[in-house]
Ligand binder design. Sequence first.
Ligand code: AMP
Ligand code: ZN
Ligand code: FE
Ligand code: FE
Length: 274
Amino acid sequence: MSADLHLHTTFSDGTDSPETVVEAAQAAGLKTIAITDHDTLAGIGPAERRGREIGLEIIPGIELTTETAETEIHILGYFIERDNQALAAALAKIQKGREERVCQICEKLNGLGIDLSPEKVFALAGHRDAGRPHIARALIENGAVSNFKEAFNRFLGFKGPAYVSHYKLSAAEAIKLVLAVKGLPVFSHPGVSKCDDLIPELMSDGLLGLEVYYSGHNQGQTQHYRELARKYGLVVTGGSDYHGSLNGRESSLGLFTIPDELVEKLKNEHLRRN
Ligand code: AMP
Ligand code: ZN
Ligand code: FE
Ligand code: FE
């Protein structure tokens, strides 16, 4: 039995409902999963309900998007308390920012001669705090591009002509927010962010873990981050970053797992601190 601690659902930019993710995880032989949607808690409850029904353990989580001048830093929060007003207010502000940004990106696309309305993106996402992957899917449906890669390369990428940022917390704020709701803050896919030099500073803000095992890390990166975690005394986590099958990513649930003992260590760390 094993675990996957990084999964997205339709409540952010995954293309499987929480129930489908839970069922697929069990079918793939997993014992424990964490739901870690971007900037929202909405998928956790439905996943927990389905998990209870079929006997799959769900760890409540979130993935908060933050950015520095050079790169994005994603902060995972595990075991967060969900009935906290400060957390709800912070997430509502981020979600509003995401909604406004969809409108701004559509305006830029319209200026580039592409016909796309925010309402189409919201409808496709099923919610208004949509992300760039939803816009990419809408562009594919429109026939403006033929795949995700083209959508990001031509329009939506960080340097693309339709890129718009949205309101985000700083990494320090995200870490402190997770700690304030008794969660464990973990630096997500550090090999993607490529800012190892910031880890000591993130630790001084309260960072407790490193996502060493990640579907997008190569062997060298995994080894490197395992050593960094040991050096800094950070808890080790891992996950696939599953987004469903319609998201332009190759990711098969159950093919990327971590052993149960890492989940136990994470739980022990959580208990020790709370
Ligand atoms: P957002 O949070 O709305 O800015 O969207 C970020 C998400 O877009 C990431 O989590 C990825 O899933 C996806 N993404 C970013 N860059 C690319 C890319 N070049 N190709 C495909 N998907 C991407
Ligand atoms: Zn995503
Ligand atoms: Fe991420
Ligand atoms: Fe993710």
